[in-house]
Design a protein around this ligand. Structure first.
Ligand SMILES: [Zn+2]
Length: 86
């Protein structure tokens, strides 16, 4: 059986936080998207809230911070890889 995680993409708003953290288990974080239909860690529904990386660094565990940094780096890499029109 396929166990690939699906996501809802979250449109980025100007100046808004773009790291989505599960407030139930505090161990899952994604960049500009949230897992569907529920959290893969605790199976909570609608438990995700948006935070900036600075906020996550402020209160997150070392593991969560590391995940947040990796997620943001991966997301930024995808954006950078997009064709740039000049
Ligand atoms: Zn969770």
């Amino acid at each position: 059986m396929a166990s690939t995680q699906s996501f809802w993409p979250v449109p980025q708003r100007e100046g808004a936080a773009d790291l989505w953290v599960c407030m139930s288990c505090l161990s899952e974080v994604y960049y500009r998207k949230v897992p569907m239909p529920d959290c893969p860690g605790c199976h909570g529904v609608s438990t995700y809230e948006a935070f900036t990386l600075e906020a996550v660094r402020d209160w997150g565990s070392d593991e969560l911070i590391a995940k947040a940094v990796a997620a943001q780096a991966a997301g930024a890499g995808e954006s950078a890889a997009a064709p740039v029109s000049s």
